[in-house]
Design a protein around this ligand. Structure first.
Ligand code: FAD
Ligand code: DHB
Length: 392
C-alpha cells in the first residue's frame, strides 16, 4: 500500500491531521492499534479551546460539537471556603467549550469514513523504516492477515506517550520531564451539573475539579496518591471526599449520583528533545505530556497538527519545505507555554506531600492575587483559553 502521509494513531492528533490534509487534497492513511469501539468509549479530556473548535470546523467535524458542546464563559477558583469567578470572556473575549474527547473522536471517525479516507483499526505499527533517506519511508504493521507495509512520503507519529514513533526517532539526549507526587482520580457520574461552570478547588486535603459533560452527566476529579487504586474508593467515599474539598455555594453541596466510570490518571510533564528526524514527525502526546490541570493536552495536540497540515500543504502545493523544517521550533514555542501554564496551575492548586506552612502561604498569596487583580486574572484567562494562532 502507498500513500502520501502515513499517520500512526487514531487519537485526536492523528484523526484531525488526516481530515485537515484531506481538505488540502493530500491523501493519508491512519493506522490504529486499538479497535473502534474501544477508542470511542475511552473517557479522557473535556475542555476545548476556541482555537481547537475553529480547527474542527476547518476539518468539517464540528456539527455535533456545535449542537452538544457547552460554551463556558468563566471558571471558578475555590479556596479558603469561598468560590471566585474568573470571567474568561470579559478578560479575553473568548470562551471554552466542554465536549468529551471520545465524542470528538466519534465525530472525526465519521468524517474520515464519509470522505473515504484511509483509517485502519486493529493495526498495531511495529517498525518505521527509511524515513532518513530519499526513497519512500516505510511503516510496518500487523493486521488480521499478518505482517503488512505502508509506503509513504512522510510519517507522522500521533501514537501517544507509549507509542513507537518517539523511540524510532532515536533521541540522543534524554527528554525534559517531571513526575508529580500525586495522581488524579476521575469519575463520570449520572447527575446534573453541580455548578454552571468548572470549579478548580485548592484544599488542604488536596485538589478537586468539578466539570460536566451534559445536563445529566458530570465529570469530577480529585487528587489522590500515585499508588491509590480504584477499588479503594467505593462511591460514598468518593462523594464525601469531593464534598470535603469543594466548598458548598449558599449551603448547596455537590449533586451526587451513580458513578458510571472511575479511573486514575498519572501526572507528568514531558517534552521530547526533537519533534522531527528526516521525514518522521511527532505530534500530540507522542511529543509532549502536560499534567491535566490546565486542560491543555488535547488542545496542544490540535495545535501541533494545524502546523503540520499547513507545512505539508506548502510542500505539496508550493514545493517549499521551509515550514516543515520550522515545525519543531514553532510547535515547541506553544508547547513550552502550555508546559509552563500546566505546571504553574498544578503547583498552585495541589497539596504537595512535602509542602510546609510557607509553601501553603505562597499558594494562598497567588490565589488571592489571581482573584483580586485584573492583570493576574487576565494572564490566567489568556493561557486557559489558549494563546492566539500566531503564537505557533
Ligand atoms: P492519544 O489520544 O493517546 O492517541 C494515540 C493513539 O495512538 C491511541 O489511540 C493509541 O491506541 C494509538 N497507538 C499507540 N501506539 C500505536 C502503535 N504502535 N500502532 C498504532 N497505533 C498506536 N487531557 C486533558 O486535557 N484533560 C483530561 O482530563 C485528560 N485525561 C486523560 C486521561 C488519560 C487516561 C490519558 C492517557 C490522557 C488524558 N488527557 C487529558 C490527555 C489528552 O487526552 C491527550 O493529551 C490527548 O488524547 C492527546 O491526543 P493524541 O492523539 O496525541 O494521543
Ligand atoms: C476536564 C479535564 C481537565 O483536565 C480540566 O482541566 C478541566 C476539565 C474535563 O475532563 O472536563
Amino acid at each position: 500500500m502507498r500513500t502520501s502521509v502515513g499517520i500512526i494513531g487514531a487519537g485526536p492528533a492523528g484523526l484531525l491531521l488526516a481530515q485537515l490534509l484531506q481538505r488540502h487534497g493530500i491523501d493519508s492513511v491512519v493506522l490504529e492499534a486499538r479497535g473502534r469501539a474501544e477508542i470511542e468509549s475511552t473517557v479522557r479530556a473535556g475542555v476545548l479551546e476556541p482555537g481547537t473548535v475553529e480547527l474542527l470546523a476547518e476539518a468539517g467535524a464540528d456539527a455535533r460539537l456545535r449542537r452538544l458542546g457547552q460554551e463556558h464563559r468563566g471558571i471558578a477558583l475555590a479556596f479558603d471556603g469561598g468560590r471566585h469567578r474568573i470571567d474568561l470572556y470579559a478578560l479575553t473575549g473568548r470562551a471554552i467549550t466542554v465536549y468529551a474527547q471520545h465524542e470528538l473522536l466519534k465525530d472525526l471517525i465519521v468524517a474520515r469514513l464519509e470522505t473515504g479516507g484511509g483509517l485502519l483499526f486493529d493495526c498495531p505499527v511495529t517498525a518505521l523504516e527509511a524515513f532518513d533517506g530519499s526513497g519512500p519511508a516505510r511503516i510496518r504493521y500487523r493486521d488480521a492477515g499478518g505482517e503488512q507495509a505502508l509506503e509513504c512520503d512522510f510519517i507522522v507519529g500521533c501514537d501517544g506517550f507509549h507509542g513507537i514513533a518517539r523511540q524510532a526517532l532515536g533521541e540522543r539526549e534524554p527528554p525534559w520531564q517531571r513526575q508529580y507526587p500525586f495522581s488524579w482520580f476521575g469519575i463520570l457520574a449520572a447527575s446534573p451539573p453541580s455548578a454552571p461552570e468548572l470549579i478548580y478547588a485548592c484544599h488542604e486535603r488536596g485538589f478537586a475539579l468539578v466539570s460536566t459533560r451534559s445536563p445529566t452527566l458530570q465529570r469530577l476529579y480529585f487528587q489522590c496518591s500515585p499508588d491509590d487504586s480504584v477499588d479503594a474508593w467505593p462511591d460514598a467515599r468518593i462523594w464525601d471526599e469531593l464534598q470535603a474539598r469543594v466548598p458548598a455555594a449558599d449551603g448547596v453541596g455537590l449533586e451526587r449520583g451513580e458513578i458510571l466510570h472511575k479511573n486514575i490518571v498519572a501526572m507528568r510533564s514531558f517534552v521530547a528533545r526533537s519533534l522531527q528526524r528526516g521525514r518522521l514527525f511527532l505530534a500530540g502526546d507522542a511529543a509532549h505530556i502536560v499534567p491535566p490541570t490546565g486542560a491543555k493536552g488535547l488542545n496542544l495536540a490540535a495545535a501541533d497538527v494545524r502546523l503540520l497540515a499547513s507545512a505539508l500543504r506548502a510542500h505539496y502545493r508550493d514545493g517549499s519545505d521551509e515550514a516543515l523544517r520550522d515545525y519543531s521550533r514553532r510547535a515547541l514555542r506553544r508547547i513550552w507555554r502550555a508546559e509552563h501554564f500546566s505546571w504553574r496551575l498544578t503547583s498552585l492548586l495541589h497539596a504537595f506531600p512535602n509542602a510546609g506552612p510557607f509553601e501553603r502561604e505562597m499558594q494562598r498569596a497567588e490565589l488571592d492575587y489571581l482573584v483580586s487583580s485584573r492583570a493576574a486574572a487576565t494572564s490566567l484567562a489568556e493561557n486557559y483559553v489558549g494563546m492566539p494562532r500566531d503564537w505557533g
